[in-house]
Design a binder for this molecule. Structure first.
Ligand SMILES: NC(=O)c1ccc[n+]([C@@H]2O[C@H](COP(=O)([O-])OP(=O)(O)OC[C@H]3O[C@@H](n4cnc5c(N)ncnc54)[C@H](O)[C@@H]3O)[C@@H](O)[C@H]2O)c1
Length: 261
């Protein structure tokens, strides 16, 4: 397997910090590992305290500068507390990455009001209020900061299939609009905001689907494989790096060609 991070110098993010939501699993966890391996101070946030502690502990043992903060992004007070923690513990916050989300696959008439509230509460409101808190810090910081919101190919193409439903897809379409809208409003400031559209990625999010379905998904992709969390972490690091200094309000598709077909 190729090393997705080899193009980044080992000190590429030395002296920089990054807050990542959804960091106890999948892409968020891999993004924490990736940034830590390139010298960043990482604030890992997730509602899964046990998973967070376990993975943060392993990363600390490897010498990384890691903080673990339990956060429920569907609760604005919880988000505020996480950023207050950063204000207290960090010299400066440089990057915010929103990965936290829930995926659901219900048919139209199985989706009730509570379902939509839950999905939008985590995936869309949780993303907006995390970004809002980050932007507040970045506007006060002469060096600004970078934001990456993980959306989805489902946000562009729709869900309604076997692995993502209407509410999920709508939450991700909303995330893409949120990124564009905030980018417009933040024009001329030192805050870069971009989205990432992963295609189907083999992460614990899909632990409920069997291997035969994963094989079918992979066979239907032009790249003939599902994405890996390392593919996404590398793209997120790129978007937060100076190499992406002219990349603004965009949505980067890292999808093995799922949207190209
Ligand atoms: N896996 C895919 O195929 C795929 C495809 C496109 C987009 N995405 C998006 O990528 C991102 C990461 O997905 P993943 O595959 O790594 O999923 P994952 O399930 O492995 O990780 C998601 C993490 O978010 C956390 N989380 C859920 N609700 C939360 C809340 N209220 N507060 C705080 N944390 C919460 C979970 O505890 C978990 O650790 C998500 O935004 C997802 O929608 C995933």
């Amino acid at each position: 397997m190729t090393d997705n991070y080899a193009t980044f110098a080992n000190d590429a993010f030395a002296g920089r910090s990054v807050l990542i939501t959804g960091a106890a699993s999948g892409m968020g966890l891999e993004t924490a590992r990736a940034f830590a391996s390139k010298g960043a101070e990482v604030i890992m946030c997730d509602r899964d305290t046990k998973g967070l502690e376990q993975h943060a502990g392993a990363l600390r043992e490897s010498g990384a500068k890691i903080h673990a903060v339990t956060v429920d992004v569907s609760n604005p007070d919880s988000i505020s507390k996480a950023f207050a923690y950063c204000d207290e513990k960090l010299e400066r916050l440089d990057n915010v990455v929103t990965c936290a989300a829930v995926i659901t696959a219900k048919r139209i008439f199985e989706q009730d009001w509570a379902h939509w509230e839950r999905v939008l509460g985590v995936n869309l409101l949780g993303t907006f209020f995390t970004v809002q808190a980050g932007v507040k810090r970045f506007l006060e910081n002469p060096q600004g900061g970078n934001i990456v919101c993980v959306a989805s190919d489902a946000g562009v193409c729709g869900g309604g299939g076997l692995i993502a439903d209407t509410a999920y897809a709508a939450s991700k379409a909303g995330t893409l609009s949120l990124v564009k809208s905030m980018a417009r409003e933040l024009a001329g400031k030192k805050v870069r905001i971009n989205a990432l559209n992963p295609g189907p990625t083999d992460s614990p999010m899909h632990s409920h689907i069997d291997q035969a379905l994963k094989d079918r998904i992979a066979a239907n992709l032009p790249m003939r494989r599902m994405g890996r969390p390392t593919d996404m972490a590398a793209a997120i690091m790129f978007l937060c790096s100076d190499a992406a200094s002219f990349t603004y309000g965009s949505a980067l598709d890292v999808d093995g060609g799922s949207m190209f077909r």
